[in-house]
Design a protein around this ligand. Sequence first.
Ligand SMILES: [Zn+2]
Length: 458
Amino acid sequence: MRLLLCALVASLCACPPPPVMVDAGVSNSGGGAAGGAVVTAGGSASAGGASGGGTVVDAGNEVDAGAPKGPFDAGVAPTGPVRGELTYWQLDLPVGVIPKTGEAGVLVGPDGTIVVIDVGNSNHDDEVRAAVRELNTQWLTPARGYPRTRAPLEIDWLILTHFHADHIGAFEALVTTDPLTVTGGVVYRGFVDVGGGTNASDFTAMCNKLRGPLTSKNVALCTAAPESVCTISTRAPATGCPGLLRGDLSRADDDAAMEPSFISLGDGARIELLGANGYAVQGRTVMAGPSFGVTDTNEENGRSVVGLVRHGAFRFLFAGDLSGSGAATEPDVESFIASSNAATLGTLGVDIAHANHHARKTSSNMNWVQAAAPLDGKARNVIAGINTAYVNSPHQETLDAWLTGNRLGDGRFVVTKRAPAAGTSSLLVDVNGRLVFQTVQGGDGYWLQSRAFPSVRR
Ligand SMILES: [Zn+2]
């Protein structure tokens, strides 16, 4: 495993980092730090994302009437992160000799902020650590235009979408042995509504870390009275999710304003938290969604943290393993989150959507799909973190949901690895390795693997 990983990293690192790309696009981006005005659908202008603590008004981004943009020019395919742009790596977490599940992503903000989203199961800490080290030592350096030298294993934020082994299993090792340094915090739903649908030993290990040595980094979104103990003896039903209304999560002094929570990624880019534990943000209110149990694995999936990543016009939506089928033990949280955040997603949805639950048919219901990828002929892409242990992923039903009716336009359904007995489509792309997307022109467009796309909001 280690040999294979080293070989992979070595092959990726064979080419020297390219020269710093001049970021010509930030000043053109409607929601970026440059403060370009975003004109709402009603015609009134509202500030873009530059205000820091303010809600980014998105109603107008469906029709981007901001500063005129030049021709979309993606340039050459990037070989690694560049200052001023957003990069995401959906990590390749192969099963190895024994079946090892796992999904992990690493998001790099325009200023080099690193946010890890899930960490794979307990056998995948090596891959996560290697990706972070590669970023900090080879790419996010002052020589390449980034603000400062970063420690090799430094990350800013970690988001743990839910309490399943394939998403949190490596957490204990990652903060214990050759540990990651988390400068911001660990964002998760809180020790609430924990039950048999959780992987108990991984939950216990994570809980003990967040209540022990990492207590100062504990960013729980939801609360219970009392909270669950670390051994899952009680459900600890949530009393609310006040952590979804704390504004900039790196600052406490703006919490009282109760604006939607976000993680700043630099240059006005951010991750907005749209929901957690079956709750959703709607304006400055947190709404409780449909009630459901804590015993089935898909009931745990339904509690996944939901995030929307913005950089200029670019949007990326992720939600862990969020469930949506509406079957008895597969609560339809997707529809609730999508409808609650309709104004945020706008009529244009997103550029790239992460297919929930490894592209299994418990998820990607039509309300979710339509909210993320409306049928307007524009090119969008869907990605998923899969390895061969997820037999049948992506399900045919999931592929059909996203691809029927030319829904993705010229886009594709791109996965880290197609599992055995998975569905088929001419639009399914099996990367068989690390899946990468990276914005260009400050979010006016993006590269996904070797193809470039303009943002749907250009
Ligand atoms: Zn999963």
